[in-house]
Design a binder for this molecule. Structure first.
Ligand SMILES: Nc1ncnc2c1ncn2[C@@H]1O[C@H](COP(=O)(O)OP(=O)(O)OP(=O)(O)O)[C@@H](O)[C@H]1O
Length: 237
């Protein structure tokens, strides 16, 4: 369970998060939706202890992320890229992450299999496609078999097959009882995958609830999003 409670943060004296509050629950996919620059990544960075909030709390299973003795066994996170050095093979990268976090190396082959990268395990990360890099980032996040997954824009840039694979994987993870929190600015995709939706705009949460509650009277989540944020649909974007 993730509980974010009235998190505030400023950068260069400009408020970028204004009392952000929401929950992500076990067994559900929670979609964190907002336009570019709304504050999604900043919120996730606070949650993962990579940035400090000026005020408010962000807790995973009742504690700050950094308060967990072996955080990878509580939260698996993938923010941007695979995190692997270009010259390292997928297998070597995962071995290094496992060893440095006190996780058994036997887990490396298991997570490679889970994300469908067994056949590419010896390939250098620098030669991976975007979809393969996303899978490698996810594999690292899964090393500790965590009950909570936090993923920043996991389907951004993936081809249709990659999107479908990621969607099925995350839905199956939630069905196993995991808490899955993912950010996205792709509304159609989020509507396909999320049980619960949190909409953030200009650093403030403007809606949260089940997908049906947030969509409300609108025919699609996208329509609801534009009504909530006042963003105009731009034909060139
Ligand atoms: N290091 C920084 N210095 C100054 N401003 C920053 C910094 N990092 C982020 N910001 C600002 O904070 C706001 C929120 O950015 P953030 O990256 O969290 O948004 P986002 O919703 O993840 O956007 P995107 O979908 O484009 O990734 C933006 O206005 C951004 O310009």
């Amino acid at each position: 369970m993730i509980v974010i409670d009235r998190v505030c943060k400023s950068k260069s004296r400009t408020p970028i998060l204004r009392e952000v509050s929401f929950e992500a629950r076990p067994g559900r996919v929670t979609g964190f939706l907002g336009p570019n620059g709304a504050g999604k990544t900043s919120t996730l960075r606070v949650l993962l202890g990579l940035d400090r909030a000026a005020s408010g709390t962000a807790l995973v299973n009742g504690r700050p992320y950094a308060g967990w003795p072996r955080p990878l066994t509580t939260v698996g996170a993938a923010l941007d890229g695979s995190g692997a050095h270009r010259s390292r093979s997928a297998h070597a990268h995962l071995r290094w992450v496992a060893t440095s976090n006190g996780l058994p190396r036997t887990r490396v082959d298991e997570v490679l299999d889970l994300v469908g990268l067994t056949g590419d395990a010896g390939k250098r990360a620098g030669r991976f496609s975007l979809g393969m890099s996303r899978r490698l980032g996810l594999a690292a996040a899964l090393l500790g078999d965590p009950p909570i997954l936090v993923l920043d824009e996991p389907v951004n840039g993936l081809d249709p097959a990659g999107i479908r694979w990621m969607r099925d994987f995350l839905r199956a993870s939630a069905a196993e009882g995991r808490t899955v929190l993912l950010s996205s600015h792709l509304m159609g995709e989020l509507a396909e995958i999320a049980d619960d939706v949190v909409v953030i705009d200009k650093g403030s949460v403007v809606a949260r609830g089940t997908l049906a509650e947030v969509t409300g009277e609108h025919s699609t989540l996208e329509d609801a999003f534009f009504a909530l944020t006042g963003e105009m649909e731009r034909p060139w974007s």
